[in-house]
Design a protein around this ligand. Structure first.
Ligand code: DGL
Length: 267
């Protein structure tokens, strides 16, 4: 699995709960981040390079634990590797529509995800069922990376407050926004700060658990077609980064209780 940085750890947390006996290889592409404010060609090239590297490690499935990479690259990676179970992450618009009572939904995501053809098609497919306010959250993923390292959430709180204000009035009353979709895997690590800003009633949706269930289904059906595929009694996590290890090391320990040493990758 990979992300531009530490955000995919929110997906790894759900994957470990769903598939406790699996071995996970996590790559943070921190040397080439953030993805969300880069062009699609950059994110596609990085996704291809990382996918090639992971497939070379004989993985049984690949999770793109990043909305921005999924939007830019999942179609190409599917075409490049047709036999590989490949799981992507997209902003959870359909679950939000199902949960919202007011029919008004806010979406926080990276600029690049929101500009992608894939997201625009998803939004158009749900447009008749609810009204959506989308907000590009420049700088938020980076602020969360820094907060993992320092423990200081001041910058995260200030950015979240500004973006929430820009989306509009959140409340469960008619005409107000009652549901917020976290369309970037970094943002669940700001959910405490977002909850403080939004109050207890507004629903905050991230889809880590849904991704984990989908991964379990795909891995199980691939294993059924392949004799000899087996899992160990106890799972494991290996952590890699293409940049500085500090943020991933701190985030893995702070938020997932992982002590494995982060190794540097040159890809
Ligand atoms: N975590 C990534 C996502 O889900 C994006 C962060 C970034 O901008 O690199 O979109």
């Amino acid at each position: 699995m990979f992300d531009s940085g530490i955000g995919g750890l929110s997906v790894l947390r759900a994957l470990r709960a769903e598939l406790p006996q699996e071995h996970f290889i996590y790559i943070a592409d921190s040397g080439h981040a953030p993805y969300g404010e880069r062009d699609e060609a950059h994110v596609l090239a990085r996704s291809r390079a990382i996918a090639r590297h992971l497939i070379g490690q004989d993985v049984k499935a690949l999770v793109m634990a990043c909305n921005t990479a999924t939007a830019a690259a999942i179609d190409c990676l599917r075409a490049d590797h047709p036999g590989l179970p490949l799981i992507g992450v997209e902003p959870a618009l359909k679950p939000a529509v199902a949960l919202s009572k007011t029919g008004r939904i806010g979406i926080m995501a990276t600029r690049s995800t929101l500009a992608s053809a894939r997201f625009r098609a998803l939004l158009a497919s749900q447009a008749a069922r609810a009204s959506f306010v989308v907000q590009a959250c420049d700088g938020l993923a980076d602020a969360i990376e820094r907060s993992a390292e320092t423990g200081d959430t001041t910058e995260t709180i200030a950015l979240c407050a500004g973006y929430i204000r820009a989306i509009g009035q959140f409340r469960t009353k008619q005409g107000k926004i009652d549901t917020l979709v976290l369309g970037c895997t970094h943002y669940p690590f700001a959910s405490v700060q977002l909850r403080d800003l939004l109050g207890p009633q507004v629903q905050i949706i991230d889809n880590g658990e849904a991704i984990a269930r989908q991964t379990r289904r795909l891995v199980a059906s691939a294993a059924a077609n392949e004799s000899g595929a087996s899992s160990a009694a106890e799972g494991s996590v290996s952590l890699f980064t293409t940049g500085q290890p500090q943020a991933l090391q701190a985030a893995a320990s702070r938020w997932l209780g992982l002590t494995a040493t982060v190794k540097t990758l040159y890809i």
